[in-house]
Design a protein around this ligand. Structure first.
Ligand code: PBG
Ligand code: ZN
Length: 324
């Protein structure tokens, strides 16, 4: 065939060549706060709000009706409730808004898959994803112990999947070992395995008030050029018992996603289309540089084409309309 145009001349032929995700492949990140009747807009992220637990049902109901199948839950707390070890993250006897949200959502939407982010940065006074020693270094052992307690507490509160995003070494194994001691729970781990130290998390830290007070996260998040490390991380986390691995952010890291899928064709691969990726597409559309819908759909096809199975994106509500 030397002529290609005839192969996509008809709209149906174009459809044969499309690779949009199914609605069931989308995961919507949501932000939960304490209090009542709270719907707090976020300056840096259009259409994204923090919600108190009492508003979650009416917020999500229309989306569930349109086909929303999964959410990723983040908790946001006030600075006055933060401490060195992130006590409010869970596992130390105190319930947070996340635990309450899990119970409320499980009851309200029994069919909705509840994924819970597991990390300490939104709960620690220093804003790091793990626990620090007195000298300010990362205490990996203490961190993974603490993170597994949190993961267990989410599983016990009704999480269907726990998703550690902290990037401490061997936290998947630690979480797996603790969860395995509770065989009545059947909660797999979705590891943020290949998570890069990205400038694109800016808007998110604004939402979660989780920016580190001192230093950055470059000792535990991967250097953006680290292809080998990203592949090793996925391999290691699968060996440690992760049920799913993830690439985050995604647009600048599609090569990593494609290679992980090539090496692990039997594992479902997730990607996190992060806050900065979301807000910059919105900013471009607002400036009339391009059409929002067309650009978002184009990115989604790129993700699927690269071999991604599960897409965590803030565009989920729009996509539930557009993928009709
Ligand atoms: C924290 C966490 C981050 C995101 C998810 N969990 C950011 C960070 O490392 O500061 C980023 C999500 C986004 O930017 O949308 N462990
Ligand atoms: Zn973190």
């Amino acid at each position: 065939m030397d002529k290609l145009h005839p192969l996509f001349a008809h709209p149906t032929q174009k459809l044969w060549n499309s690779c949009l995700p199914r609605k069931s492949q989308l995961v919507y990140p949501i932000f939960v706060v304490d209090g009542e009747n709270q719907k707090q807009p976020i300056n840096s992220m259009p259409n994204i709000n923090r919600y108190s637990v009492d508003l979650l049902k009416e917020f999500l109901e229309p989306l569930v009706i349109k086909g929303l199948k999964a959410v990723l839950i983040f908790g946001v707390i006030g600075n006055e409730d933060k401490d060195d070890v992130g006590s409010m993250a869970g596992g130390l006897g105190k319930d947070s808004c996340v635990h309450k949200a899990l119970r409320v959502l499980k009851q309200a939407f029994p069919q909705l898959l509840l994924i819970t982010d597991v990390c300490l940065c939104a709960y620690t006074s220093h804003g790091h994803c793990g626990i620090l020693t007195k000298d300010g270094y990362l205490d990996n052992q203490a961190s993974i112990k603490r993170l597994s307690e949190c993961a267990l507490s989410y599983a016990q509160a009704g999480a269907d999947i726990v998703a550690p995003s902290d990037m401490m070494d061997n936290r998947v194994r630690a979480i797996k070992e603790l969860l395995d001691q509770h065989p009545n729970l059947r909660v797999p781990i979705m590891s943020y395995s290949s998570k890069f130290c990205s400038a694109l998390y800016g808007p998110f830290r604004d939402v979660c008030c989780s920016a580190p007070q001192k230093f950055d996260r470059s000792s535990y998040q991967l250097p953006p050029g680290a292809r080998q490390l990203a592949l090793q991380a996925a391999e290691r986390d699968l060996k440690e018992g992760a049920g799913y691995v993830m690439v985050k952010p995604i647009t600048a890291y599609l090569d990593i996603a494609a290679e992980i899928k090539r090496r692990h064709p039997d594992t479902l691969l997730a990607c996190y289309h992060v806050s900065g990726e979301y807000s910059m597409i919105h900013a471009g559309a607002e400036k009339k540089l391009f059409d929002l819908k067309r650009v978002v759909l184009e990115y989604m096809e790129g993700f699927v084409r690269s071999g991604i199975d599960i897409i965590i994106t803030y565009f989920t509500p729009e996509l539930l309309d557009w993928l009709e």
